[in-house]
Design a protein around this ligand. Structure first.
Ligand code: GFB
Length: 318
């Protein structure tokens, strides 16, 4: 199948987030009639009436649901109600209202944390709901699983062309650099930079450094999502990843190298490790003709340069 975005009215829900902003940049190449955006002040997507009103007025033909409350391992663990409630509401409100106003195609973004904590590696799409979740992020995962299931339910009951993608851990321009709520890459970029600036002999990483993670640059992710929108229409969600993972300790050394900091690593073992490993099987999206183009080293340099350019304005910036 081929769904062309050219001349369409496309809404990027969550355009101020890292993925939404990358999507808005990437979509320009498709020559859509219009890329629609709305701020939280104009339409709070956790509010059913406001969401419906916005969709009735904006009338998009295609929607990327990249709006979500996101955060790193500690934020997920510390604010379970916020992560569960806000993400459930956004998914329910946007997907239901999209059906009501007759949107042609919708792509919902999940996350690799929806898979069981001890899933076989690399994780196939079919591993969903086959085991217990990782406790630190089960709240976020449950909301994202509900979003995937909503897409499947509207497809099954009403024939709506709603699909879901499951991105791995993402990083890139526009990331969150607040040390309490960020993911590991922005946290370590900031810590290494500040340690270098202050000539501190060591910098801290959380946990043992042994967990392995797969990382994908936000621009690669946006490219994959546009590709899926154009080429995929099916019940099952699709994994979006780089196909490679590395231990956190190795990642830390790569980041120190990019930043130019050569101090020691100190482990804060009071912080959680989370899932031991979550490498996704990406055969399905590769068979659809997509593969990533930004390797981790280049991507980390890009993220660091973005951080330096925005150091006074980034969320959680110094
Ligand atoms: O990126 P991160 O917060 O997310 O942590 P998760 C990844 C790993 O890096 C964990 C370790 O093992 C952390 O303990 N780590 C080391 C650090 N130093 C740091 C640090 O300074 N900051 C952070 N944040 N981590 C999230 C989920 O899990 O992944 C979300 O909680 C979502 O639901 C997201 O799925 C993609 O990969 O552990």
């Amino acid at each position: 199948m081929s769904y062309e975005l050219g001349k369409k009215r496309v809404w990027v829900a969550g355009h101020r987030g890292m993925v939404g902003a990358a999507l808005a940049r990437r979509l320009e190449q498709e020559n859509p009639a219009e890329i629609l955006t709305v701020t939280r002040q104009e339409a709070d997507l956790t509010d059913q009436t406001a969401t419906r009103r916005w969709l009735e007025q904006a009338r998009p033909e295609a929607i990327f649901v990249s709006a979500a409350k996101v955060g790193g391992i500690l934020a997920n663990d510390a604010y379970p109600a916020d992560f569960l409630y806000q993400n459930l509401m956004i998914a329910s409100n946007v997907i239901h209202a999209a059906f009501q106003v007759g949107v042609e195609k919708l792509l919902f973004l999940g996350s690799s944390c929806i898979y069981p904590k001890f899933a076989d590696q690399p994780i196939c799409e079919g591993a969903l709901l086959t085991g217990a979740l990782e406790p630190t992020n089960e709240w976020y995962a449950i909301a994202k699983i509900a979003g995937v299931k909503l897409c499947q339910a509207y497809r099954k009951q009403h024939g709506a062309d709603f699909i879901a993608a499951m991105p791995t851990n993402l990083y890139g321009p526009g990331d969150n650099y607040d040390l309490k709520s960020s993911h590991v890459i922005p946290a370590l970029i900031r810590k290494a930079h500040e340690a270098r600036q202050a000539s501190t002999p060591s910098m801290e990483i959380w946990g043992t450094g042994k967990p392995r993670r797969e990382f994908l640059h936000a621009d690669d992710c946006a490219d994959a999502l546009v590709h899926l929108m154009k080429t995929y229409s099916g019940h099952e969600h699709v994994n979006v990843g780089s196909g490679e993972d590395i231990p956190i300790k190795t990642l830390a050394h790569k980041i120190m190298n990019v930043v130019g900091y050569d101090g020691e690593l100190v482990h804060d073992l009071s912080k959680p490790d989370g899932v031991p490993r979550k490498l996704m099987n990406t055969e399905k999206i590769r068979a659809l003709g997509w593969s990533p183009s930004i390797n981790l080293e280049t991507g980390l340099e890009d993220a660091f340069n973005w951080y330096l350019d925005h150091i006074n304005t980034v969320r959680g910036g110094t």
